[in-house]
Structure formats: C-alpha cells, structure tokens
Design a protein around this ligand. Structure first.
Ligand SMILES: NC(=O)C1=CN([C@@H]2O[C@H](COP(=O)(O)OP(=O)(O)OC[C@H]3O[C@@H](n4cnc5c(N)ncnc54)[C@H](OP(=O)(O)O)[C@@H]3O)[C@@H](O)[C@H]2O)C=CC1
Ligand SMILES: CC(C)CCC[C@@H](C)[C@H]1CC=C2C3=C(CC[C@@]21C)[C@@]1(C)CC[C@H](O)C(C)(C)[C@@H]1CC3
Length: 447
C-alpha cells in the first residue's frame, strides 16, 4: 500500500494508485466472503481455500436485500430523532462549519429496545447467522452502487465541497494547491481535487461531506448501520449458540461483551469522530462505504462466527487474564483519546493544562507529555491490545480468529504513516521536533 507518484505531480497517490485501488476493490469483498466461508468450515484455515465456492443461488436472496434496506431505513429514522446535542464540525474550506446530531448512543439503545420487542414477538434472531452470506452479498452490491452515485454526485459538487485528500488538494508551503498535473494549480480548479483516474477517485471518494439534507452520509455510515449491525450479528450468533448448545459459552459472552463495549464507547464519544482523518480529510468513496457497511460487520464479527462453529472451552483463570488484557487496552485507548480530545477542545482544562506542549506555526499546540509523550499513537496501541484480547477468547488452535489483530495492526501502521504525512505538512518543523522528542510511533522502544 505504498504511495506512488502520480502523472508527474508532486502529490503521491495512496493505496498504490489506480492499480492498487482496483486490486483492493476485488480483494476486500473477496476477503469478506472467504472469511465468512472458512469460519463455518471444519478446518477453519485462514490461508487455505474455502471448502466450496457458493453459487449465485446461495449468494443472492431478495429477503436479504430487503432486510438490509429495512435496517438502513431504521438507522436513518433513528438518526433523525431529536438529539441530546448538535455538534459543530471543524471549519471547512469555505469557513463554514457543518452540524451533526449527537444521538448515536440513543440509536444503539433504541435499536436494542426494538430488537427486544421484536424477539418477544417471535422475531427469529437466531436465524440471522444463516443469512450472513446473502446479506454480505446484498450489502456489497449496494456499496458498489452507492459509491457510484457518490462519484457522480461529486462530479457536480462545488470545488469547495471536495476532499483535500485523495489526489490531495494539499496546500504547499507557498499557499497554492498542488494538483494533478504537477506544479502548483489554482486552489479553486476542480482538476486539483481529482486524480483524473475514475477508478482511483471512485475508490477514495471525492466529496468530503456528502449530505442529503441533514443526513451526513459519511458520519452516518461510519457510526450507525455497520457498527450497530456488528453488535446485532454478534448477538444473533450468541443466540444461535444458546439454541444449539443450551446456553452461550463463556468465550462467546466475552466476545459479545468486549465488542459491545467498543461500539457503545464509540457511540458515547460520537463527537470525537468529527476530528478524525476520515471525517476531516478523506472523501466518501468505495473504501469507506464498503469498509463501514460490509467490512466492519462481517469481518469484525469473525471471532463470534468462529466460536459458533468451533466451540472453545475457556477456564476462569484464562478468562480473567483475557479480561485483564482487555481492561489494559481499553484504559490506554480511552485515556489517550480523551486526553487529546479534551486538549483540542480546551487546552486550559485542568486535566490537561499541566502537560508539556510544543507550539506550531498554525497556532495549535502538540502534546509532548502524558500519553502523547509516551508514543506518538498511544490510542492505536490500546486498540491493538483490545483486539488481541478479542482474539484470545478463541484459544490458540486456529489462526483464523487472529485475522482481526493482523489486519488491524497493518491498518493502523498504514494509517499512522498517512497521519504522519498530514501532520508533517500541517506542522512542518514543529512536527519534526515532536518526532525527535517522542521517537516511537506505536510501541515504546520497538516501533
Ligand atoms: N476499529 C477500527 O477499525 C479503527 C479504529 N481506529 C481508532 O480510531 C481512533 C482515532 O484514530 P485516528 O483518527 O486515526 O487518529 P488519532 O485520533 O490518533 O488522531 C491523529 C491526529 O491527532 C492530532 N495529534 C497527533 N499527535 C498529537 C499530539 N501530540 N498532540 C495533540 N494532537 C495530536 C493530529 O491532528 P490535529 O493536530 O489536527 O488535531 C493528528 O492528525 C484511534 O483510537 C484508532 O485506534 C481507527 C481506525 C480504524
Ligand atoms: C478495509 C479498508 C482497506 C479500510 C476500511 C477502513 C474502515 C473499516 C475503518 C476506517 C476508520 C474506521 C473507524 C472505525 C471503524 C472502522 C473504520 C470505518 C471506528 C468507528 C471504530 C470505533 C472507534 O471507537 C472509532 C474511534 C470511533 C473508529 C473511528 C475510525
């Protein structure tokens, strides 16, 4: 996934350019189906071929498509319910700020209530695991279709609405915008915000904050249907396990509890997502659409899928050890994220006011003590430790449940490199000074 130089421009393309984007558009859906198939197979080999390739009959189901559309409709409806707060995003190129409803946690609770009502009225939740394959197929098809609509929408969007990422309309040091054709180009030229390659633009996305009225599509997709859908799939797997074996296993309960905590935490701190690179920098294209609605629910639930078909006995000492690892990971993840969010919102907040900082030319400061003085991405370290705890619940007999830790580490290493580039562009010498003072990226003394 290394950056490649692009048509003589000074701005490198990400993910290996158009070829890398095309490969990922095939590889990512193929991986989802591979994992769904091997998780239910006897040998459950991550690297081996799936036991049998499903025909179109096993993949295509109108009911699955309807179920997915109904789920999407429900989440959209919950998004429009009165919010406890309306937050403002960061300042945009045209100096305006968008507004976002903070009601994700409320959506999670209401979904749980509705589900409880449905189940007590006879909704067969335990049947969902049998539909995972056709559901993933329907979601993948809609992700392609939806990304195409977004690509077309971006063609007629004003330049001020386009993402600074992708081909990058990043500002160079003299204040012009580095564009497609090399050299500097005027900031308001649309060609500066396109790689000129439709495959790459389709994959990366071009519009920064596409909206339908008040529905902010990126914000909605990143936190609602896929993330809450992941919890629902996990729960359905637990219910089916209980139906098959009389009660859910300790391992299944732990995986459900850990991942529910992760999703509930994300929705509780929903506002924090407004400053992440996905919202402030990346366009909404196939990568994020597919990542949010297909990749997250169907691959992040892999441990629960594996446990349904490969029961594991987990003793209390091992379970306690795993809970301990999860608690350490969560503590690092939450404290590091909260420390930075508090500092960015109000640097004179008593909890962060005493921390050491470096000033930058932008007027913003960088923390060099506390969590952010330990490594440059303490939150990534906490996240990876939590991922390890999730996988450990599945024992050590198979590599498959460790797919998430492996993929996630690669994702965060790559993400860290992207963020590093953005910060270097943003903060220049001050960032270089920070890197000298805090030399390790994610793992102290090692990386
Ligand atoms: N489960 C999943 O699939 C995924 C989870 N995540 C998680 O999402 C969370 C957010 O991650 P992400 O958006 O990548 O990045 P971060 O939350 O780490 O944010 C990076 C930004 O923080 C600011 N920053 C960096 N260093 C400092 C410092 N020393 N002092 C103050 N500000 C600093 C910079 O922005 P600025 O200066 O502009 O504020 C930088 O661009 C993480 O916990 C990550 O683990 C991420 C991706 C996928
Ligand atoms: C598979 C593709 C190559 C990449 C797809 C990436 C996406 C799956 C992830 C990009 C950033 C994400 C975040 C979360 C989920 C995964 C994606 C969408 C996140 C919502 C998970 C919960 C966290 O607490 C968070 C900090 C809110 C995360 C934000 C980033």
């Amino acid at each position: 996934m290394e950056a490649v130089a692009h048509q003589g421009s000074r701005t490198p393309l990400e993910f290996g350019g158009p070829l890398g984007a095309a490969a990922l558009m095939l590889l990512l859906p193929a991986t989802v189906f591979h994992l769904l198939l091997v998780a239910r197979s006897g040998p459950a080999r991550l690297l081996g071929p799936p036991p049998c390739l499903p025909g179109l009959g096993a993949l295509w189901s109108p009911q699955a498509l309807l179920l997915w559309l109904a789920w999407l409709g429900l989440q959209v409806a919950l998004y429009f319910l009165p919010a406890r707060k309306v937050a403002e995003g960061l300042e945009l190129k045209d100096k305006s700020r968008l507004q976002y409803p903070i009601n994700g946690f409320q959506a999670l609770v209401l979904t749980a209530l509705l589900l409880g009502l449905g189940v007590s009225a006879g909704l067969p939740l335990g049947a969902l695991p049998e539909m995972l394959l056709p559901l993933a197929f329907a979601v993948t098809l809609t992700a392609f279709l939806f990304s195409l609509l977004l690509y077309l929408k971006a063609l007629v969007a004003p330049v001020s609405a386009l993402a600074p990422g992708g081909n990058s309309g990043e500002r160079d040091p003299v204040g012009s915008t580095m564009g497609t054709h090399g050299g500097a180009c005027p900031a308001l030229s649309p060609s500066c915000y396109s790689s000129g390659n439709p495959i790459y633009d389709f994959f990366m996305g071009r519009e920064l904050n596409p909206r339908i009225c008040f529905l902010d599509l990126k914000y909605f997709f990143e936190l609602r249907p896929g993330l809450i859908g992941w919890v629902l799939i996990n729960l359905a797997l637990l219910v089916q396990e209980a139906e098959r074996r009389g009660s859910p296993s300790l391992a299944m309960c732990l995986v459900n509890g850990f991942q529910l905590l992760y999703v509930a935490d994300a929705l509780w701190h929903e506002e924090a997502i407004l400053t992440t690179m996905d919202i402030t920098h990346d366009g909404l294209g196939f990568m994020l659409v597919f990542g949010d609605v297909a990749w997250v629910p169907f691959t992040y639930s892999l441990q629960a899928q594996f446990l349904l078909h490969h029961p594991q006995t987990l003793g209390l000492p091992m379970a306690s050890f795993i809970c301990f690892i999860k608690a350490i990971g969560y503590y690092i993840f939450r404290s590091a994220n909260s420390q930075k969010n508090t500092f960015r919102k109000n640097p004179s907040d008593p909890s962060v006011a005493g921390l050491e900082t470096i000033s930058t030319a932008t007027g913003r400061q960088l923390l060099v003590s506390g969590w952010w003085g330990w490594v440059r991405h303490p939150n990534y370290l906490g996240d990876i430790i939590m991922a390890l705890a999730w996988s450990l619940t599945c024992g050590t007999s198979h590599l498959l449940p460790y797919f998430y830790v492996l993929y996630f580490t690669a994702l965060l290493v790559h993400r860290e490199a992207r963020d590093e580039q953005h910060c270097l562009q943003k903060y220049g010498l001050a960032w270089a000074k920070y890197c000298r003072q805090v030399p390790y990226r994610i793992l102290p003394c090692i990386y």
